[in-house]
Design a protein around this ligand. Structure first.
Ligand SMILES: [Zn+2]
Length: 175
């Protein structure tokens, strides 16, 4: 039986680097995807079926998300980055999806300043990007890659508070 690797939030599909938590069965992997606990990050053909070979949790397992000087930002997940960016690539503005019509439009999360260069996994350093743009940018800054970030990444919880709202963070609802 094929085993599916399960990575913590933050798996980098370009380099394959991530925190491997455990392996599970294909059957259990489909259950995790259905419950939106994890997203597939690698797929393969098994017989006549497309099955995941690697998953990434949609929320960091350790729970607390630290932004800035030890300040916790609730509700962070890579999925929430896509929601904030309206499932639109920050570089080419095309619509991205976890179930795209073509692989180029697979929803990925890009570190504007690459993590290999010390870029944090924070709201303000992450944007939604199509796989094609993410691959093209690779391990470079937007300037080095000659690419333009068309959105201003922000912390939705913080900006919502600044706007005078005290409750109802629509994209941050706990599951
Ligand atoms: Zn793009």
């Amino acid at each position: 039986m094929a085993q599916v690797r399960v990575f913590n939030l933050g798996y980098d599909p370009e380099t394959g680097i991530g925190e491997l938590l455990h392996t599970t069965t294909v059957r259990h992997a489909f259950g995790m995807i259905r419950r939106e606990v994890a997203d597939p990050v690698e797929l393969t053909m098994l017989g006549d079926r497309i099955v995941p070979t690697a998953l990434e949790l949609t929320r960091e397992l350790s729970g607390a998300w630290v932004e800035g000087a030890g300040q916790r930002s609730v509700g962070f997940s890579y999925r929430a980055v896509h929601e904030r960016d309206h499932w639109s690539c920050a570089y080419c503005s095309r619509s991205v999806s976890k179930t795209p019509a073509c692989e180029a439009l697979l929803a990925t999360v890009d570190h504007i300043l690459p993590s290999s260069r010390g870029g944090p996994s924070s709201w303000t350093n992450l944007v939604s990007a199509c796989k094609e743009c993410n691959n093209r940018k690779a391990d470079r800054t937007p300037e080095e890659a000659g690419m333009h970030v068309r959105v201003e990444p922000y912390d939705p919880a913080r900006s919502y508070r600044i706007a005078g709202h005290s409750e109802g963070l629509p994209i941050l609802a706990p599951r």
